[in-house]
Write a protein that binds this ligand. Structure first.
Ligand code: GLC
Length: 715
């Protein structure tokens, strides 16, 4: 008998049972009943077929609905920095022949820019605002934040992440998730785990020792689960130590669900699954996208790259999963756990009681204001020799604005995180707006004319750096070089006018050695979102005092980076041979001088650190703004083990505080001390170890601008 016939016979046999079940009180429909009771009641009413059916997606960005029981679909959308259209690859919509509505929303600064703010409270506002816009657009779940650690400078999605340090990423991700989930929209922390490059991202096998995994690559995910109670975790495409992440029981069940107590559900990355029973048994709870979407995409014969989504299908469809359940390979209890997790998240977030109809407003003045505040705080003043900035209008009567990134708003990087903003303003237009009629602003995009205009101007500002075509999902960069011709352009301009400022869109390390010595001032604005233009103009003219601090190290050359020689891997395997020595942990321990160090960022004012006091449970110091203007500083707290029992990084970030101080104002900053700040992970004993003994506590305005030190004896 064909499987469909079997299913219909089973359904007929089950009918009387279901009728009997319907008769008992429908607790699951009672909005006042506890979530656990509603879940248990609804689960008891579902047939095995209905439960198995719910484990695989219903559309490109929706889970399966169940009309009989009134279970809605979970409506999802990318991404970490704003609501992106959820219709899927354009090919899926082309078939529809009816143009789908364009989805626009507020485009926030890229992850690395948010990382540069060192401001968990701001991340809370960003997460909350994106949650509000998701509700306005009728979506229940956002596919963000991304918290993969920046391991290799050339990795294509570095711009999407919060940088190279697990402590900073952990504090920021908690703010973002709490803000978003406070609106009733589920966040999805991704990509779990070790998706640290795009090269062969769908197949690469990341070999990472347990110590590096627990000290570097897992902490931000653990914080998302344990401290922010994230509702969803997205499994990564790649393998981790030989097992696909989507079917990795040590990752998804042992670590995530048992050790960390994760109560939400694991969703696959899109078409990131491979084997039916292993995936179901390892702890994946929802496979995306729906099989129908995959079939339509394949039917479109959309040109695909090797390993692209069109070559693979879903593995948790009922046709494939039910036989595994019937055979006992996959226990029904495992299916029940998946459905229990999904239903718990759905009841807890109002999907049954307060469905989100959409049709609301996005990109409101209040929402734009959050994007602007994020851009203001993200901009990093990397260099400012001779106080070239801020521009003094009396000395800048003519400003030559030049370069390929001047007359375009580079709001974000490329791929699933990209957002179509309602509006954006290019740096050129923002500068013209800010300068007013008293200042002449000229513009040229390229070389000879740019140099000529620079020669005639009081100040030249070169807008250079990457774009969404260079830093994007699915693609790693070939080198740290700026796009072709930009180094030459900068050199030509600064030769024509020594008073040249460079403004970069760089979501990851770029090489600057060819001109950094000649250029008096450099800003990195990352990908600053839709409000980037006005934010840049505000910093250039001094309306805003820059306060960003880079969350990634800028090496002089790729050969200096810790993963060099062990990236992007060979024969399908990438070996994280550097272990815990990622980012500044490498440069500081191996005494490799970077171009700009982790935590670096200048200000238009100056901050003085004094009165470091260290007691058993806290460290305090006084920070005073002793400069000419109000401004914010990021006080950073590092721990240096003096007699470690194992090889350890020379220092690690264990605290930070962003402080806004008016001129002359002082504040006492406090960092609590607990054993976790002194611990390292013993991979063989599978536990954290805090060696008693002597440590040096360091406070500075960057990892290499250490201003106060003191000794501490851990008992
Ligand atoms: C992509 C990305 C993931 C995104 C998902 C849905 O391949 O890896 O970040 O959320 O698919 O677009």
């Amino acid at each position: 008998m064909n499987p469909i016939r079997v299913l219909s016979v089973l359904a007929a046999l089950a009918a009387p049972i279901m009728i009997a079940q319907e008769s008992k009180k429908e607790t699951y429909r009672d909005a006042k009943a506890p979530v656990e009771a509603r879940v248990a009641d609804l689960l008891s009413r579902m047939t095995l077929e209905e439960k198995v059916d719910m484990v695989s997606g219903g559309g490109w960005m929706e889970s399966k609905a169940n009309a009989r029981l009134g279970i809605p679909a979970i409506k999802m959308a990318d991404g970490p920095v704003g609501v992106r259209n959820w219709y899927g690859p354009s090919a899926l919509t082309m078939r529809a022949n009816s143009p789908l509505p364009t989805v626009t929303s507020t485009a926030f600064p890229a992850g690395v820019a948010l990382g540069a703010t060192w401001d968990p409270d701001l991340l809370h506002e960003v997460g909350k605002t994106i949650g509000q816009e998701a509700i306005a657009l009728g979506r229940d779940m956002m596919l963000g934040p991304g918290v993969n650690i920046v391991r290799a400078p050339l990795a294509g999605r570095n711009f999407e992440m919060y940088g190279e340090d697990p402590f900073l990423s952990s504090k920021l991700v908690v703010g973002y998730i709490k803000g978003m989930q406070g609106t009733g929209v589920m966040a999805t922390v991704k990509h779990f785990a070790a998706n640290n490059q795009e090269y062969q991202r769908q197949t690469i096998d990341a070999h990472i020792d347990q110590r590096a995994l627990h000290e570097i690559y897992l902490p931000a995910f653990r914080a998302a689960v344990v401290d922010a109670h994230v509702w969803s975790v997205m499994s990564a495409y790649n393998k981790l130590n030989g097992h696909w992440c989507a079917e990795n029981p040590r990752l998804l069940t042992e670590t995530l669900k048992k050790e960390w107590g994760f109560k939400g559900f694991v969703v696959s990355d899109w078409l990131g699954t491979h084997n039916t029973a292993p995936t179901a048994n390892a702890g994946l709870d929802l496979e995306m996208p729906g099989a129908e979407s995959i079939k339509r995409l394949r039917a479109m014969n959309v040109p695909q790259g090797p390993g692209d989504i069109g070559q693979r299908g879903a593995v948790l469809t009922p046709e494939l999963l039910m036989p595994e359940v019937k055979s006992g390979e996959v226990k029904e209890a495992a299916i029940d756990d998946k459905i229990r997790r999904l239903l718990t998240a759905m009841f807890a977030n109002g999907l049954f009681d307060h469905p989100k109809p959409g049709g609301g407003q996005v990109d409101t003045p209040e929402q734009r204001a959050v994007a602007r505040k994020a851009a203001d705080e993200a901009i990093v003043l990397l260099k400012n020799a001779g106080d070239a900035l801020p521009l003094m209008t009396e000395k800048a009567r003519t400003i030559a604005v030049v370069g390929p990134n001047a007359n375009v708003a580079r709001t974000g990087g490329g791929g699933s995180s990209s957002v179509k903003p309602n509006h954006s303003v290019s740096p050129l237009d923002a500068i013209r707006e800010r300068a007013g009629s008293a200042i002449q602003v000229t513009f040229a995009e390229a070389m000879p004319q740019a140099a000529e205009l620079a020669g005639k101007a009081d100040v030249a500002i070169v807008f250079a750096g990457d774009s969404a075509e260079v830093e994007r999902e699915g693609h790693d960069r070939e080198s740290m070089d700026l796009p072709a011709g930009q180094d030459d352009l900068i050199q030509a301009v600064v030769k024509a006018n020594k008073n040249t400022i460079v403004v970069l869109n760089a979501g990851a390390p770029v090489g600057m050695d060819r001109w950094i010595g000649q250029v008096p001032a450099v800003l990195n604005v990352w990908f600053p979102g839709e409000e980037g233009g006005p934010a840049i103009a505000g910093v250039l003219f001094g309306d805003t005092n820059p306060s960003g601090h880079t969350p990634i190290t800028f090496p002089h050359r790729i050969e200096d980076s810790p993963s060099f020689g062990n990236y992007p891997g060979t024969d399908g395997v990438v070996n994280y041979a550097e272990g815990v020595y990622v980012g500044y942990r490498h440069y500081d321990t191996k005494n490799v001088e970077p171009l700009f160090c982790f935590g670096h960022g200048l200000s238009y004012t100056r901050f003085e650190y004094k009165d470091l006091k260290i007691s058993a449970h806290k460290t305090t110091l006084t920070v005073r703004n002793v400069g000419p203007r109000d401004g914010a500083d990021v006080v950073q707290f590092y721990v240096h083990p003096l007699k470690p029992s194992v090889d350890r990084p020379v220092q690690e970030l264990k605290g930070f505080r962003r402080t806004y101080l008016r001129r002359g104002e002082a504040v006492t900053v406090e960092f609590p001390l607990d054993s976790s700040m002194f611990s390292w992970y013993d991979g063989s004993a599978k536990k954290w170890v805090a060696d008693p003994g002597a440590y040096e506590l360091r406070v500075g305005s960057s990892s290499r601008d250490i201003r106060l030190k003191g000794n501490y004896e851990l008992k």
